[in-house]
Design a protein. Structure first.
Length: 166
């Protein structure tokens, strides 16, 4: 697996990753996280991914040369209170479902931890969907994150999690 800097040339691939994740969630009856419609047809989602691609914090994981996942790091989202100390925030993480089980998410989170160390910040934070059965929160907890604070973005229930960077 290779992790490289992402950019505007990756927008279509990242939208495709989100589309595959949404389709998988819909098939499980889990539409609360990202809805039921593909990201690729949504102008707001397209604009968001374009902003990430131009912001410098996007990384793409490739498996055998194919884009398999994406992480975006930077400052926290506007709906999240900043931490009381310098931090790096995981603004987005998505894995193309074709690469489920290949360790792509873990590799991207490991890259994020390394980036936080390189920037000499001691805190890595993320927010995620906190609805349904809480499986997504559990995913981050398995990778060393702890629950910090529940949040709501409109009707969307979320959880901010943090991890100290050694």
């Amino acid at each position: 697996m290779k992790i490289r800097t992402g950019g505007p040339q990756d927008v279509a691939a990242v939208l495709g990753m989100f589309d595959s994740a949404v389709a998988w969630l819909v098939a499980q009856g889990r539409t609360g996280q990202w809805g039921s419609e593909p990201f690729s047809g949504n102008p707001q989602r397209h604009a968001q991914v374009c902003e990430w691609a131009e912001g410098g914090g996007m990384r793409i994981a490739e498996v055998d040369g194919d884009p398999a996942g994406c992480v975006v790091v930077g400052p926290p989202h506007p709906y999240v209170d900043p931490a009381p100390e310098p931090e790096l925030y995981v603004r987005g993480l998505v894995i193309d479902r074709r690469f489920s089980g290949h360790g792509v998410g873990e590799a991207l989170l490991d890259w994020s931890l390394g980036e936080a160390r390189e920037r000499k910040v001691r805190l890595l934070r993320v927010d995620c969907y906190a609805g349904d059965d809480g499986r997504l929160i559990g995913y981050y907890e398995r990778w060393g994150f702890t629950r910090e604070k529940p949040i709501s973005v409109g009707a969307w229930p979320g959880m901010v999690l943090s991890r100290e960077v050694a």
